[in-house]
Write a protein that binds this ligand. Structure first.
Ligand SMILES: Cc1cc2nc3c(=O)[nH]c(=O)nc-3n(C[C@H](O)[C@H](O)[C@H](O)COP(=O)(O)OP(=O)(O)OC[C@H]3O[C@@H](n4cnc5c(N)ncnc54)[C@H](O)[C@@H]3O)c2cc1C
Length: 420
């Protein structure tokens, strides 16, 4: 009887999922292991955090994705250790052996060792965290009403640390919420004092984009009433006040940390093959020092002439490394493998309704057309027709009514709560 090569994929994010899908129906046995039971479309987490779309619209259960697949299995568990000498991984529940191992564990929020911040501020790296932000922000307003407290101590301020695409999009969305939604939901409250504050260690937002886009995004933020604090470095947060290196302090109970990520390293790989919490790979995504271990997506550190410091940690790289590795592994011999080359197709971000910035390789544009472009692209990237329709409907509803009806506070009770 023919024995199929057994490939274990750790992580079903953009990279792991594309890799597995490309092997669907092929003569390989693939096991996808992920600690959560669904694939997450991270670029729209901020819309979940603001109650604009449902978490289910951007979360896709692995068992549903692989329902019709005969050669791909899914296991829900956290991988704790890799034992390369025995071609084995150890998870929280069981051990698995492999012929080939693909590590696609992505990143987690990087609090840069700031324990206070890690404990008290919100990250936005998974669905639970996006829902936690939504719950927390909405609860702030509910508590103010119940306690009949005045809001002028500033504790209801929403502070976002980090002015990359996530920070900027989140700030724009909360500013819209303040303008259109909160006054209707809480007619007895005066939201003039509520500040949406974006703190940045650089002098312009979206530092990875063109100057034109940086300037326009700063202008859009201003138009929406977002306070943009530039060249500020956050040093502490006690749950009530954010403290900056300059000595400035801001009162807030709602702090969201969007200032960086770091790789989800699993122990077992030799430390000399790890740089800045990413596994060092060759151009075929093979982890240095190992013949049958690969790393793809955010967790891979691949140096190329165009990217001597490794690729940016973006979805495009993850998706295409997943696809490239899968087609390499389907070839007869490593001699036929194709090196991975990143083709930068551009970047984009939206800052509230009718405002977005788009940098394409040969063309940059901003404003309304950029905003429609942003919406179209994200709809195309979302998995499943049902979710595309649901999101489109929600967006159209908000567009017409300047409102959405998804501001639910859902906090799991402790009974049988297997929170991860
Ligand atoms: C809020 C936000 C917004 C973003 N917006 C954009 C954007 O607009 N455009 C863009 O190009 N990129 C964006 N990105 C970046 C993009 O999402 C990542 O580059 C991409 O997700 C990387 O894919 P990946 O497969 O490497 O990792 P991920 O998609 O992060 O997947 C990693 C998977 O591994 C699992 N995992 C981790 N550790 C373990 C373990 N030990 N055991 C089992 N499972 C494990 C996780 O549960 C997860 O499912 C954004 C990221 C965030 C957080």
């Amino acid at each position: 009887m023919e024995t199929r090569e057994k490939i274990i994929v750790i992580g079903g994010g953009f990279a792991g999922l594309q890799f597995a899908k490309k092997l669907n129906g092929k003569r390989k046995k693939v096991i996808v292991i992920d600690k959560v039971n669904h694939h997450m479309f991270q670029p729209l987490f901020y819309q979940v955090a603001c109650g604009r779309i449902e978490p289910s619209n951007i979360s896709f259960p692995f068992r549903k994705i692989f329902q019709r697949s005969h050669n791909i299995q899914y296991r829900m568990c956290e991988v704790e250790k890799i034992v390369p000498e025995e071609n084995k991984i150890i998870t929280c529940d069981a051990e698995f052996t492999y012929d080939k191992l693909v590590i696609a564990t992505g990143c987690r929020t990087n609090f840069f060792g700031n324990e206070q911040m890690e404990h008290l501020a919100f990250g936005m790296k998974n669905t639970q965290e996006a829902i936690a932000i939504r719950n927390h922000v909405l609860l702030t307003f509910e508590k103010l009403i119940i306690e009949r407290r005045r809001s002028d101590d500033g504790n209801w301020n929403i502070v976002i640390v980090g002015s990359g695409p996530t920070g900027v999009e989140l700030a724009g969305a909360f500013a819209e919420m303040k303008k259109y939604i909160l006054p209707r939901d809480y007619p007895n409250m005066n939201f003039d004092d509520l500040k949406i504050i974006l703190i940045s260690s650089t002098d312009k937002p979206l530092s990875n984009m063109s100057e034109q886009s940086q300037e326009m995004s700063e202008k859009y933020l201003k138009e929406f009433g977002v306070e943009y604090l530039k060249d500020e470095f956050v040093t502490g947060y006690d749950g009530d006040r954010v403290v900056m290196k300059s000595g400035k302090e801001i009162p807030s109970n709602n702090v969201i940390w969007a200032a960086g990520v770091t790789g989800n390293i699993i122990s077992g790989i030799k430390p000399e093959y790890i740089i800045r919490n990413r596994y060092v790979t060759d151009r075929y995504n093979r982890v240095k020092g190992y013949e049958n271990i690969f790393a793809i997506g955010d967790i891979a550190h691949m140096e190329t002439p165009k990217y001597p410091d490794a690729h940016p940690q973006v979805a495009n790289v993850a998706i295409n490394q997943g696809k490239n590795l899968a087609s390499n592994l389907l070839k007869k011999s490593p001699a036929d493998w194709k090196e991975y080359e990143y083709i930068d197709r551009g970047s984009l971000a939206t800052i509230g309704k009718h405002r977005a910035v788009v940098d394409l390789p040969n063309f940059k544009f901003q404003g309304v057309i950029a905003w429609y472009f942003w919406m179209f692209l994200h709809l195309m990237l979302i998995l499943s027709v049902r979710n595309k329709i649901a999101i489109f409907f929600n967006w159209m509803w908000s567009y017409i009514n300047k409102d959405s009806s998804l501001r639910l506070i859902i906090i799991p009770n402790n009974k049988n709560n297997t929170e991860q």
